[in-house]
Design a protein around this ligand. Sequence first.
Ligand code: MG
Length: 265
Amino acid sequence: MRAAGLVVWQAHQAAARILKPGVSTEQLNQAYRDTFTRCDATPLFLNYGGPPGFPAETCISINDEIVHGIPGSRLVEEGDLVSLDTGCRLNGWCGDAAVTHAVGSISVSHQKLLDVTLGALNLAIELMATCSRWSQVAKEMEHLVKSAGFFVVEEMVGHGIGQNLHEPPQVPNYLSEALQGSEDFDLRPGVVLAIEPMVNLGTNAVVCLDDDWTLVTDDGKASAHFEHTIAITGEGPLRLTGPPSEEELRELPDWLQDREQWVIW
Ligand code: MG
């Protein structure tokens, strides 16, 4: 799963390098497609849910779009929040990760939204080292987001991941009724989860657009999304979609050798 996760990481780096005002979302998607082709990995989002299914390798969701935005001719603008979510399968195993980028300068409230959403992901990963049940982690994620005055998206949740992109259990980013009942689960070595808080600035009401994919905020205000695929090991949580070790880096192409240029989350 680490091999698949490292391809996902590389694809996100490729897209981050071309992300600037004027680039189209289709061009960003092409960066993902090219990376998967180069690495002989199978994109998992293309045709997902089909036929016909999702029409691209990556979900690209801008500003009030929460998740599942479809790449196309839309051009990225200064001040946009661009969420990029992708996954692939390599040698039978899957990886899934998402990041929200600020394009140029953004407002204080948008920066806080990014910080809190990423903070919720990092808090979850940290707590997975010590908590025995997911409900304990979800409760703390929800508390962090609400304390900041923001809203956890409840319609979409994280998930187990392994040989398939979406496996049980469901992994809510808040203390859902299900988590207080029979759908809570143990955090123990061997468990692998895609953890993906989605946080809205002004509401937790969401709407699906006529394309039947794009989920947007009901109030038109911004949303953010960060995700990593995390394995619980005997030594603690491991970011399977995180940056390369020294040893792994030696196998990666030249353009990735400069750490200063990495986008880390
Ligand atoms: Mg996911």
